[in-house]
Design a protein around this ligand. Structure first.
Ligand code: ZN
Length: 484
């Protein structure tokens, strides 16, 4: 793929074939307390087309300011309290375009059990090879899937992970057991409050131990495909921790199958669809040309400013707030809903599936576990009780691993009013009940340049949250009669 010059005015210091430098650039945290300060900051950000590292809102806003604009920026915002989060961005960015250490290794020589794969970030090709290795090593459990192709023609690849109990024929059970049939062993270690459950569900399936098992084995049940949990990352190119964490989740599900009771039960129950990199073009660009790139790489109406923000492109109340109509902005919404190819393809995939019960979109940074809606702060999802209860438990499980705290709430309330995001669409249009938008580590010390030493702890804690969440869905949706 030919390298192209980077023309965003945020970073006009890179040329063809060189890795963009950020000497003297700073990331400043502006502490806004009034609408007037918000307007003041908005004006200067627009004037210089500055790169926002968090949304514009009253509260803390992180902004990247190039060295030649620092003086003007500080003068224009002198009345707003601020902290320097990163004093010299170049200190955290590699001198040269990084190369994945494992890129050339034979994929079948990899040993994933020692977790050394998660000691480093990996490029597009290595993540693709990881997926291929999983498919080849565990062909009964893992299937390669393709969501489509990016603007530059890269495959948006993924893994479908689903197990099944071997067929058992019992005298008392003459029903046609399909391979998708679920594991109905007793829920002996559930975090969900069983008493609460008993209060709610007294109808056709009572919760006397063993009753559910008997009910589930009644003959004449139609064959069903499992409900799918879709987990992806990489809508935003520079958020490298996302794809790293998502591949770890895949590895845990695959290697944990038949070795870990809880994982086995979840993988028997659900089909996990793991897509590490939605915006592969942008990701490759961050590896080869500019570490700070966020959007995809498709052309816009301004030839010098390519790229649409995939996560401002989804077609639910599109472009009614929280994005930019300026093609040179990192938050460019595109000219119409689903203009970003990658978002459109993922949406088409979800629509076609029809059986998606959960959707998790991983981003960085801020440590937030968010649910719909971003579009309207007063709009409450009809399933909010279950949605929030699940996310509260997930962040508690996450915190139990390394002590990291994540905030729970709707996008609009804990982040900012943001339209065109993926989960408003998955919930509002595709009826995916458990739709979450997660901002992983950290809270701004390194921001998008999270050190490699944090990949593994971040992955482990996120896996705890995903395990909790999946198990919650398994139990709660059985109560509602929505799962076999
Ligand atoms: Zn993001």
């Amino acid at each position: 793929m030919a390298r192209r010059p980077q023309h965003n005015s945020n970073s006009d210091n890179d040329d063809i074939g060189t890795y963009a430098r950020f000497d003297g650039e700073q990331v400043l945290r502006m502490e806004l307390s009034s609408p007037e300060q918000l307007k003041q900051l908005e004006a200067i950000v627009e004037e210089h087309n500055l790169d926002l590292w968090s949304n514009l809102r009253i509260g803390n806003v992180d902004v990247r300011v190039p060295s030649d604009k620092l003086e003007a920026f500080k003068a224009a915002t002198s009345t707003i309290p601020s902290t320097v989060m990163i004093p010299n961005l170049q200190d955290l960015v590699p001198e040269h375009a990084p190369a994945s250490l494992l890129h050339t290794k034979q994929q079948n020589n990899w040993n994933f059990t020692d977790n050394s794969f998660w000691h480093n970030y990996h490029d597009f090709e290595t993540l693709n090879n990881f997926t291929e290795a999983m498919v080849q090593q565990y062909p009964d459990l893992v299937k390669r899937i393709s969501i489509g192709h990016t603007y530059e023609g890269r495959e948006i690849f993924g893994m479908s992970i689903h197990g099944f109990k071997p067929k058992k024929k019992k005298k008392a059970d003459l029903s046609d057991h399909h391979s998708w049939d679920v594991d109905e062993e007793e829920d002996d270690d559930e975090e969900v409050d069983m008493e609460e459950k008993n209060k709610k569900f007294t109808s056709w399936r009572s919760w006397i131990p063993g009753h559910a098992r008997r009910m589930a084995k009644k003959p004449s049940k139609p064959k069903k495909h499992p409900k799918a949990i879709i987990i992806h990352a990489g809508q935003h190119a520079r958020e490298w921790i996302g794809p790293a964490v998502v591949t770890y989740i895949a590895k845990e599900l695959i290697l944990g199958y038949r070795n870990n009771k809880k994982i086995t039960r979840l993988v028997n129950q659900f089909e996990f669809v793991i897509v590490p990199l939605l915006n592969a073009d942008g990701y490759v660009y961050t590896w080869e040309t500019n570490r700070m790139w966020r959007k995809n790489r498709q052309p816009t109406s301004i030839p010098l400013c390519p790229g649409v923000d995939p996560n401002r492109s989804w077609g639910y109340m599109w472009n009614t707030g929280g994005g930019s109509s300026n093609p040179c902005s990192e938050g460019y919404t595109g000219p119409e809903a689903f203009a970003a190819h990658e978002a459109k393809m993922m949406a088409d995939y979800i629509s076609k599936r029809k059986n998606v019960i959960a959707y998790l979109d991983f981003h960085a940074y801020a440590q937030l576990w968010m649910s719909p809606f971003g579009e309207d702060c007063s709009k409450i999802p009809r399933d909010d009780e279950d949605i929030v209860e699940a996310s509260m438990g997930a962040v508690k499980a996450l915190q139990n691993v390394n002590g990291k705290k994540f905030t729970v709430g709707s996008i609009c309330n804990v982040f900012e009013r943001t339209t065109g995001n993926s989960i408003d669409w998955t919930y509002g249009v595709a009826n995916v009940k458990y739709s979450y938008f997660v901002e992983l580590r950290d809270t701004g010390l390194y921001g998008f340049l999270l050190p490699e030493s944090e990949i593994l702890p971040s992955s482990e804690e996120t896996m705890a949250a995903v395990t909790y969440l999946s198990n919650f869905i398994r139990i709660r949706e059985k109560q509602w009669g929505n799962l076999d």
